[in-house]
Design a protein around this ligand. Sequence first.
Ligand code: 5GP
Ligand code: ZN
Length: 145
Amino acid sequence: MDRCIFCEIAAGRAPASIVYEDADVVAFMDIRPVNPGHLLVITREHHRNIFDCPPVLAGKLLAAAARLAGPLQRATNAAGLNLLIANERAGGQDVFHIHLHMLPRHVGDGFGFRLPPSHPERPPRAELDEMAAAIRKEITEEKSP
Ligand code: 5GP
Ligand code: ZN
């Protein structure tokens, strides 16, 4: 693997404006904030993204975010907050060390998720059931040796 900037930050070998750290996670300011207060929460251990991060460790990202949400909201006077993990290029990931974005939001701040043109269509229940069954099958197969 090439040098990973977030591993460097977690190890204290690269500069970062840290707001919180414990044995498992580190939270610091995004170098190119979408809004003031934009934070990244990373695992200390290197994992590419949600597809290879142990679920318990991934949960620690959310636990840290829940702890930081109030202080971040008060410090930035944010009206809202988005939590986001981008996974793989198609999911918008640029840095391949799992990180959870904490994005303070304000009414009319210009940031947002764009919905595809097909979004207003409501698929038939049978289609939803079929997809649910396909996902359940994958869960079952993952559990069995
Ligand atoms: P992604 O698109 O992978 O979800 O987001 C990567 C984020 O990491 C971007 O918001 C980018 O600004 C941030 N970032 C990239 N390099 C650095 C860095 O060296 N230090 C910090 N603090 N943030 C970084
Ligand atoms: Zn890393």
